[in-house]
Write a protein that binds this ligand. Structure first.
Ligand code: DLZ
Length: 165
């Protein structure tokens, strides 16, 4: 998947409480993702709390707990690097489907900042570190805040505007 075409989301999330749930595998990449998300949330005037879980497989249960505890949005960060066994597919599938389910079932947006790459270099290139070409932690944070604001707007709007006859 190409990163080209990503929107620049200039968001102001003042008043929004965001929880960043972050896995711990692949420390250097994760440090970059967490720093990028934190920078983006600060720039959006959002107060954020970072909660660490062991691996990407554990992200959905942590995201669900954050959503149920009242977070206005969740940012999920992880890195899964392909190895020689099918384990990669199972962890990626569990994280992706689990995080989607959390967002849809709770109505709390989840920014998807889980890198799924063939090797470590692809992950470093997307980690928002010096020398990286992309900053997926920041992108996930901006997407979570922008979606929370869109949902707030949608829920406050008269039904005639939301569901045209
Ligand atoms: C087991 C495992 C492996 C092989 N690789 C990764 C990875 O690249 N990225 C990641 O976030 N987690 C990995 N894990 C750990 C699983 O996500 C999970 O933490 C364990 O299976 C324990 O439930």
């Amino acid at each position: 998947m190409s990163g080209a075409g990503a929107p620049r989301l200039d968001v102001d999330g003042s008043g929004l409480e965001v929880v960043v749930v972050a896995a711990q595998w692949h420390t250097t990449v994760m440090d970059g993702l967490v720093a990028g998300a934190t920078r983006a949330l600060e720039a959006a005037n959002v107060s954020a709390r970072v909660v660490r879980v062991p691996g990407s497989f554990e992200l959905p249960v942590a995201a669900a707990a954050a959503a149920r505890a009242g977070a206005g949005a969740v940012v999920a960060l992880g890195v899964v690097i392909r190895g020689g066994t099918p384990h990669f597919d199972y962890v990626c599938q569990a994280a992706t489907a689990g995080l989607t389910d959390v967002a849809v079932s709770t109505g709390v947006p989840v920014g998807f900042g889980v890198l799924t790459t063939d090797d470590e270099q692809q992950a470093l290139d997307r980690a928002g570190l010096p020398g990286s070409s992309e900053d997926k932690g920041a992108e996930a944070a901006e997407a979570a805040v922008a979606t929370a604001l869109a949902l707030r707007d949608l829920r406050g709007a008269p039904s005639a505007r939301v569901l045209p006859a």
